[in-house]
Write a protein that binds this ligand. Sequence first.
Ligand code: NAD
Length: 432
Amino acid sequence: MHNLSIGVIGLGYVGLPMAALFADRGYKVRGADINSEIVEKINTGRVEINESGVAELVRKVVSLGRFSATTNVAEVVRGSDVIIIIVQTPVDREGIPDLRALENACRTVAQNLSKRKLVIIESTIPPGATERIITPILESGSLKAGSDFYLAYSPERAIPTKTLEEIQTNSRIIGGVNKESAEAAKELYSNITRGELITSDIRTVEVVKLIENTYRDVNIALANEIALLCEKLGVDALKAIEIANRHPRVHLHFPGAGVGGHCIPKDPHFLIHRAEELGIELKVIKVAREVNESMPQHILELVKKALQNVNKTIENSKISILGIAYKGNTDDVRGTPSKKIIEELLQANCEVFSHDPFVSQDFGGKFSNDLSEVLRDSDCVVIVTDHDAYKRMDLKEFAKSLKKPSVIVDGRRILNPEEVEKEGISYFGVGR
Ligand SMILES: NC(=O)c1ccc[n+]([C@@H]2O[C@H](COP(=O)([O-])OP(=O)(O)OC[C@H]3O[C@@H](n4cnc5c(N)ncnc54)[C@H](O)[C@@H]3O)[C@@H](O)[C@H]2O)c1
């Protein structure tokens, strides 16, 4: 059992696995979240998060008495030696960072902080935010960061659906307001990860986190642009990218129906916005965002083209959307391209019926968790999410449900075109 007590503020997709992991390693952990439903579910063992191993681990550490949750953030701050803040940091519709949740959490910490505690920010933040926003709030209670309390920034880099695994294996970046803060945080994280612990100054760490996700966004945009061209050229972009990636210095991502989630579509805006404040336009990053944002519209074009190919029109067709979540095997719908695709389809006057194994949200169309009901008499099936359940579909059964002639628009390229066409269904995929 470790002597230190840890308080985790924000028990969402990242905070909850992090808290449970520290508890599993023998720390006494208290979690705080302003959402009372989340707190109640944790304390009563009813966690529903679709993250591998998390619900089980939470149940285990709660039953062992090592982890409990509360809505009383102040109490958690007062009772913990280490305070880790992992609240959401979204952008608004215009791409402007909305740090209200983080600022509120920091204010509560400041009002309840005492000397020699370690405060770690794990939320993703804009460049310079520790210095310009977080430190002034934390110091508003008269204690000084660095001398009275330790302050570190260590953004989470785990991929959704494998959060628990990657927290324990990924390398971790840690910045401190001073050397002692970085070392204290490093020592703490060494208990939960086998990955390399890289320390640097906070400003650098802030930028590292953001350029990682921006690299991925720009890379996906390039793949999407290649896909749009390949569709016209009659070349399969997937095949071309797979072969190109055998070159030792080429690491292209893959095209798709759009980029969602609480990270990749959002983090580039932190760079774009800060750059604008500093009088610089980040042209490549901005255009990449636009390309990725345009992919749902491209899916609509593919639907129209596919239906035309079998002499049907989009009006009055039944379109089945497979996948509401933004990513395969998650229940997370934040920034999901499905929302835009469904809205566009509804405007085109067709019947939209959607399915997801993990989510129950309709975005305006009809929805069911029963796949056969969603597929029945469908004219066009659109795959938006690469859930394993869709990869494993029995195509023979699948084909029987549809209204012939029927088409598939594969927005994630998870089905084999030849096998689909063998069942008498026309196949259209992004980049093909
Ligand atoms: N989701 C991911 O996989 C992922 C990966 C890497 C980094 N991140 C970053 O981690 C941060 C958290 O993301 P998330 O997906 O876990 O968000 P989330 O929305 O799932 O969880 C945040 C939680 O914080 C709670 N909260 C908000 N304000 C609070 C306050 N003042 N006090 C206590 N609780 C409060 C919310 O109720 C919510 O439950 C973000 O900055 C995100 O960019 C996320």
